[in-house]
Design a protein around this ligand. Structure first.
Ligand code: ADP
Ligand code: MG
Length: 703
């Protein structure tokens, strides 16, 4: 190990001013263990102390510095509640400076009528502006020569109490920077890239992250560090994809045979959209290649993913393989089963349904049929993943609404293949912002249906408060009178299923008052019901025996009832954006104009309002996903907070799209020409990856 890297790897304990106690705390609070870790602990903002402001032009909220003199000082209050007020003056005006603590120290140290620099946040008290507890320095050589931006670091109460507030951390980092020479910091990008992207060297960049001379230098440093983060993660993702393609053989589905063609020519009632055709081509390419497919199919609600799934299953069957389709809920699985079985009726295929509620002889028969190959297609819930389920030759697994399926469950699917793992198609209607798709699924193939079938009328969305209730009820009656059906959704409150049920119960009883029998019939579905009860209620609604379906979010995904054209969402402020979008996707499936009415309470948070506004202003799932990303951050949006896959130190995925695109393009180009990478010019990259091997995330686990 060279001297250079050993400096970066020195335990933080050995930095002057740290010692064993503080080092333990730095480790606990921030995971900082080495000099290198501290060096990479970047400020979260900077204050610009390269400029002095004038008192007359300052306003409340500014965090700024002045040059001037204290002209008077006065103590008030008494023991324990003392306060000290001074008047500070520059050539434009006066400002009050106030201390509530350390007043004795101030009285002893601060002199009147000599120049000082004071720095702090301007606040207003009654009609006067003032600074409380500013930083104070005698104006002299040091302040005159100081330029640049002061870094501000995040700290915690614990660290602050041991002297490691932002200022304390700043001192440590400055001591650290003084130790490093240019030769201590290894370059990790090849010279041609540094030149092309007009970056500074890595040593300079790291220094400037902590001590930028001015705003332009700060920006330059940050753009390089952001690029590094994205570039190395993309490099790993793309390398993983290349590796997987090399390694993972799959069943070649060489022919598109009679089943597929018969379905396409005779059963398909509509022309595929351009996007559906393109996606089908992409998938056929994968299936025929002899390499295992791992493809994510994303398409907005109602974009027609099911028919894609059916055609893929037929290709598998044409090649003599079984397939399975997994759905997140029993209702959805059952609905898929019913519609798919019906649309394959004339093809002589054997379909079966499996869920936790299928037991005894029925279950035995299904397991047998899967084992001996009699059943071609099995549709169901995660019950399909259980150990006793053994296939004769599973060739393709399709997972609908991926976000409900965990990584471990998907791994179990792989294991269901006999000689080779099955091809995998994951379908999701939760659109993933492009940036996230690139970072999260960068090692997967992604197909996107970005077009809705023709003739869809966009759902009209409005928001209403309780005051508008009568109007909303009248509107529902009018729509029901036209023969339409209505969903009313109550939020599922996860902390308390009981509350959830009470909520639903209460809402249901109010509805019974407003929509009385026998004129109006109501179905109720909620998570606590037995599956046959749910199924019964669903069927009554499907058969139009009921006008209104009252439900908790169990109908969130997948349900397809074209005649239902109105959706009322109660307490809509409690729902997340992607959930609202999913729910709304249940209407607008038929030829009629559909409506979504977002009811909300009196007190709605800022974020809640933004969500409702977003829903009212757009139907575009990708736009909604971008807004969701801005509101919640990537970890929450994808439900992968723990995986670290989308956690970056300096990158903000909703803002840094351009840098991500550049980083991805460059990483792709490098690996295309130099897959290992082993060319001498790429040595800095290879060495950096080797050095940070402990940072390498296990990307392949994420999909
Ligand atoms: P999702 O992508 O949300 O799963 P579905 O597959 O349930 O959407 O499709 C929604 C509806 O659109 C279904 O009734 C389906 O039959 C219909 N559909 C799908 N593709 C087309 C198309 N190309 N033209 C007309 N209707 C289509
Ligand atoms: Mg669907």
């Amino acid at each position: 190990m060279s001297y250079e890297s050993s400096l970066l790897e020195s335990p933080i304990e050995y930095l002057k001013g740290v010692g064993p106690f503080r080092s333990e705390m730095l480790k606990k609070e921030f995971g900082i263990e080495t000099f290198g870790d501290l060096l990479m602990n970047f400020p979260f903002r900077y204050v610009d102390r390269s400029v002095f402001h004038k008192i007359r032009n300052s306003k409340e909220g500014d965090t700024i510095q002045f040059i001037g003199q204290f002209v008077s000082m006065e103590e008030s209050g008494f023991k324990g509640r003392k306060r000290l007020t001074a008047v500070f003056q520059d050539d434009t005006g006066k400002i009050d400076v106030i201390w509530f603590r350390s007043t004795d120290w101030v009285l002893q140290t601060i002199k009147l009528k000599v120049p000082y620099v004071i720095y702090g946040k301007v606040t207003r008290y009654q009609r006067h502006i003032n600074l409380a507890h500013p930083d104070i320095e005698a104006y002299g050589e040091k302040t005159k020569s100081r330029s640049g931006m002061i870094p501000v670091y995040s700290s915690t109460d614990k660290l602050s109490s041991k002297g490691l507030d932002s200022r304390g951390i700043r001192k440590l980092i400055q001591a650290l920077l003084a130790k490093f020479r240019i030769s201590d910091i290894n370059e990790n990008l090849p010279p041609y890239l540094i030149e092309k992207l007009r970056f500074q060297g890595r040593y300079e960049t790291l220094r400037n992250m902590h001590l930028p001379g001015d705003e332009a230098i700060r920006q330059k440093a940050w753009s390089r560090i952001k690029f590094e983060e994205l570039f190395f993660s993309q490099l790993q993702l793309i390398a993983a994809k290349i590796q997987r393609k090399k390694r993972l053989k799959g069943h070649p589905f060489e022919q598109v045979g009679s089943l597929f063609h018969k379905f396409y020519d005779e059963n398909l009632e509509f022309e595929l959209t351009g996007a559906q055709k393109r996606v089908m081509k992409e998938i056929r390419g994968d299936l025929g290649s002899g390499i295992q497919m791992n493809r994510l199919l994303q398409g907005d609600v109602g974009s027609g993913k099911t028919v894609i799934a059916i055609m893929c299953m037929l290709i598998a069957a044409d090649n003599g393989f079984q397939c399975c389709l997994l759905a997140p809920t029993e209702i959805l699985a059952k609905q898929h089963f019913n519609s798919i079985e019906e649309s394959l009726l004339n093809l002589g295929m054997h379909c079966a349904f499996l869920s936790g509620s299928i037991k005894g002889q029925k279950r035995k028969a299904i397991l047998k049929g899967l084992g001996n190959g009699h059943i071609h297609i099995i549709i169901g819930t995660h019950a399909i993943l259980e150990d006793p389920v053994i296939f004769q030759n599973l060739g393709l697994a399709i997972i609908d609404e991926q976000h409900r399926f965990g990584v471990a469950q998907r791994a179990r699917l792989w294991a269901k293949g006999k000689t080779l793992p099955p091809h995998i198609l994951v379908m999701t209607a939760t659109p993933i912002p492009r940036t996230l798709a690139m970072t999260l699924y960068g090692d997967l193939e992604v197909s996107t249906i970005d077009e809705l079938p023709p003739g869809r009328k966009p759902v009209k969305t409005i928001s209403r408060k309780e005051a508008g209730r009568t109007q909303v009820n009248n509107f529902m009656r009018a729509e029901i009178a036209k023969g339409r059906q209505v969903y009313i959704i109550f939020p599922l409150i996860e902390e308390s299923e009981k509350l959830d049920l009470e909520n639903l119960q209460e809402g249901y009883e109010r509805l019974l008052q407003w929509f009385r029998q026998p004129d109006y019939q109501i179905s109720v579905v909620h998570g606590r019901m037995k599956s046959h009860e749910k199924e019964y209620e669903m069927q009554r609604f499907v058969q139009r025996k009921t006008h209104i379906m009252v439900a908790t979010t169990v109908i969130e995904v997948g349900v397809n009832i074209p005649n239902a054209s109105v959706m009322v969402i109660e307490n809509s402020e409690r729902f997340g954006l992607s959930q609202l979008h999913q729910l709304r996707g249940r209407v607008g499936r038929g030829a009629d104009q559909s409506y979504c009415i977002l009811m909300s309470g009196l007190k709605v948070s800022e974020d809640g309002l933004t969500r409702i506004k977003t829903m009212c202003s757009t139907n575009d799932g990708f736009e909604i996903a971008e807004a969701d990303l801005r509101l919640r951050g990537p970890g929450d949006v994808t439900g992968t907070r723990q995986s670290g896959a989308v956690e970056f130190k300096t990158v903000n995925l909703s803002l840094d799209y351009k840098i991500l695109q550049t980083a991805r393009d460059i990483a792709q180009r490098i690996l295309d020409n130099d897959p290992e990478p082993e060319k001498p010019v790429h040595r800095p990259i290879r060495e950096y990856l080797a050095r940070s091997a402990h940072l390498v995330r296990e990307w392949h686990r994420i999909s």
